[in-house]
Design a protein around this ligand. Structure first.
Ligand SMILES: O=C(O)CCC(=O)C(=O)O
Length: 407
């Protein structure tokens, strides 16, 4: 056996302590099972027993989450270790979230961001120091941050086959310290979450705006976050959380979880580890848009879209954005999901948006006579937690200086 292979084996052996993981999961799950209206395991199916066509019919079309075991056999990424990745891509620059131990992070309200090298971040993780406990290397675009690793991550057949879909974004890399709590949220895409090393506890809460208390409209971020801390829900503040229906699993190396679009999810790292994910949707020109305008997605899609409009409301170009709504929506759907919206879809969504902003639109028409002037319509922007207006990204030197000052 080569030295590197030995290293991989050693890491695998120490990582799989099934009893410890089950105990941690049981501890975290204890109160939830007594609180939620239902608490059931996410079904697990062996990929060798599930063709892409069957996955499509049984899970994708019905928006039913499933853990696919053995779905990543043969992926070079299955041999990754943190030490091995540091050797290969340690000098690559990454953006690391900070403040992840704080309550406002658990609500998805706020985090800082700093530049580091992958090596620097992993050194903190190995030391399990205070900075590691308040940091997360989350949603790192492999194409941008780790292009050398892209060949190690093939897209699953469930996505690439004729019955598969269209990749929206990713793959992304996530590296978490044991104990990290990722805020509960939903994404505007179907999603495969793949565990490479370590394990994560995943809680899903379906499509449920009422029981999950989304942050107020206009909250920053591409996702919609829940105010509920799923580890210790405050039922005095969030009583309807007791109506939530929870599905849970512990995702282990090599396993892949299908999280349907707009399904609430909360993820906690039971061990330090590496995971990947890819955001996608239905294949075809505009089938994804068709799907999310229908049940069970519609209410969440519209809440998400309204949240994005509200993020743009305070900006000078908001009236122009409303006055050229069809073009704005067309460009937005193309950018988000590579969807080419039809006239009918634009009318359907546009009428809903016009309903939200009727008074503003009335005023604009009075003031401007509804004349479009510039060649290009303004862009509907997702003003993320990372939004440049609000968050300063520190350079490695500034960061180092801050660390030195703090010592
Ligand atoms: O693994 C995590 O911490 C979160 C993953 C996630 O939110 C996602 O895959 O959408």
């Amino acid at each position: 056996m080569t030295k590197n292979a030995k290293g991989v084996m050693a890491e695998r052996e120490t990582e799989i302590d099934a009893k410890g993981i089950d105990e941690a999961d049981a501890h975290l799950s204890q109160h939830l099972s007594g609180i939620c209206a239902s608490y059931t395991p996410i079904p697990r199916v062996s990929a060798s027993d599930l063709s892409p066509g069957d996955f499509h019919q049984r899970y994708f079309v019905t928006a039913a989450p499933v853990v696919l075991t053995g779905a990543t056999e043969g992926w070079p990424a299955r041999d990754w270790t943190l030490a091995g990745l540091v050797e290969r891509v340690g000098d690559n620059e990454v953006f690391v979230r900070g403040g992840t131990h704080r309550d406002d992070y658990r609500r998805g309200d706020k985090y800082t961001i700093r530049r580091d090298t992958f090596r620097g971040y992993c050194a903190d993780l190995s030391a399990a120091n205070a900075r590691a406990r308040s940091s997360y290397l989350a949603v790192a675009s492999m194409a941008q941050a780790f292009p050398q690793l892209l060949p190690d991550v093939p897209l699953p057949e469930y996505l690439t086959s004729a019955q598969g879909g269209k990749l929206h974004l990713g793959p992304y890399l996530w590296v978490a310290l044991k104990g990290h709590y990722e805020f509960c949220h939903f994404d505007p895409d179907d999603n495969f979450l793949v565990m490479v090393r370590g394990s994560k506890r995943v809680l899903l809460f379906g499509h449920d705006l009422d029981g999950m208390y989304p942050n107020r409209l206009g909250s920053l971020g591409k996702t919609v976050q829940s105010q509920v801390d799923c580890d210790s829900p405050d039922l005095n503040k969030f009583p309807r959380f007791s109506n939530a229906r929870c599905q849970h699993t512990v995702l282990r190396p090599g396993e892949m979880l299908f999280i349907p679009a707009f399904v609430w999810h909360q993820v906690s790292a039971l061990e330090t580890g590496i995971s990947l994910n890819m955001f996608y949707g239905d294949g075809g020109e505009s089938s994804y848009l068709d799907k999310i305008c229908r049940l069970p997605y519609r209410e969440h899609f519209l809440y998400w879209l309204r949240n994005i409009f509200e993020q743009n409301r305070g900006y000078d170009n908001f009236p122009k954005l409303l006055s050229r709504l069809d073009e704005v929506l067309y460009n937005f759907f193309l950018k988000q999901w590579h969807e080419v919206a039809s006239q009918e879809q634009l009318k359907y969504v546009g009428d809903i948006v016009r309903g939200w902003y009727k008074p503003e639109i009335g005023r604009i028409e009075e003031e401007t006579g509804d004349q479009a002037t510039s060649k290009f319509p303004p862009m509907l922007k997702i003003r993320g937690l990372l939004h440049r207006d609000n968050t300063k990204v520190r350079t490695a030197e500034e960061n180092e200086k801050k660390v030195q000052t703090a010592k």
